[in-house]
Ligand binder design. Structure first.
Ligand SMILES: C[S@@+](CC[C@H](N)C(=O)[O-])C[C@H]1O[C@@H](n2cnc3c(N)ncnc32)[C@H](O)[C@@H]1O
Length: 268
């Protein structure tokens, strides 16, 4: 085995065709946000903080969407409600597999609920980029579809009043196809090398930390379990079978080699 390659955090780039909405209003907390009754950002999460402070911040449970503190908040960068914004915490290594190409593992133990990495690349309009059948590194931002029950990912524990109110902004947009995606084909970070597994140890969490547009949510991968060092990191890509079409409109299939006992045998 050659020298390990540890990768870096690279922030999201934005295509010219995408207008990032203005920053949302923030909380008035000072220092660290601690009182969920007074913190405006905690209120957006159902009057609770989505994270516990242990181990530098761990997500308590997967949610439809997590509202983090952002640029207009009074708290400092160490606030627990900025957990996913603090960069890579674990030494992640890209390694070669026999049947799946490159893959990612951590040299460090990762506790359940810890943020592992954000999926970065170029944030663009889904219509402007190659389809999933042609580009292996497209992540479709399906937060809005998931919350509306239109997508294929499972609904999460709650849809708090604030998130429910946001849905009014998207009246009439009942498309199953996400409008925006992140293309990590030409640029991205370590997340682009994380493979699919039918029984994964990471999960996808939509996070809003600047604007509050569900269609443009950040995509952050969190540990679903305690993950021992050197175990391959994986998440469920979430494709419905027969949902991916090739350029001729024919159903494209891809075999899954995740090796899990409950493997569905196909990624799509
Ligand atoms: C986002 S990339 C992941 C990194 C990729 N393995 C590489 O070498 O760059 C997604 C591609 O990896 C491969 N892949 C990921 N998970 C797989 C799995 N469970 N079984 C087979 N191939 C997989 C497929 O080619 C897929 O299109």
């Amino acid at each position: 085995m050659g020298e390990p390659v540890f990768l870096y955090t690279l922030s999201l780039k934005v295509a010219k065709s995408v207008a990032i909405p203005a920053n949302a209003s923030g909380c008035k907390c000072k220092g660290k946000c601690i009182d969920p009754k007074t913190c405006e950002c905690a209120k957006r999460n159902g009057s609770e903080f989505p994270y516990v402070a242990k181990d530098g911040g761990r997500l308590i449970e997967a949610k439809d969407v997590v509202f983090e503190c952002g640029p207009n908040c009074g708290c400092d960068p160490g606030c627990v409600n900025r957990t996913s914004q603090k960069g890579l915490r674990y030494r992640l290594e890209v390694f070669r597999t026999a049947k799946k190409g490159w893959a990612v593992r951590s040299w460090d133990f990762i506790p359940s609920g810890a943020p592992v990495c954000e999926y970065t690349g170029i944030l663009g309009r889904a219509d402007d980029v190659d389809s999933v059948s042609e580009n292996n590194y497209i992540f479709e931002i399906d937060c809005l579809q998931t919350i509306k029950g239109l997508g294929v990912r499972e609904r999460r524990s709650q849809n708090v009043a604030y998130a429910a109110n946001l849905l009014d902004n998207y009246d009439g947009q009942d498309s199953e196809a996400p409008e925006f995606c992140i293309d990590a084909g030409s640029t991205g970070n370590v997340a682009r090398f994380i493979n699919h597994c039918c029984e994964p140890n990471l999960f996808v969490q939509c996070v809003l930390s600047t604007h509050h547009d569900l269609r443009l949510a950040r995509v952050v991968l969190f540990a679903a379990d305690n993950i021992p060092p050197l175990q391959e990191l994986t998440y469920d890509y979430g494709y419905a079978l027969d949902s991916v079409l090739d350029s001729d409109g024919k159903i494209k299939q891809m075999a899954c080699y995740c090796g899990a006992s409950g493997c569905r045998k196909r990624m799509f």
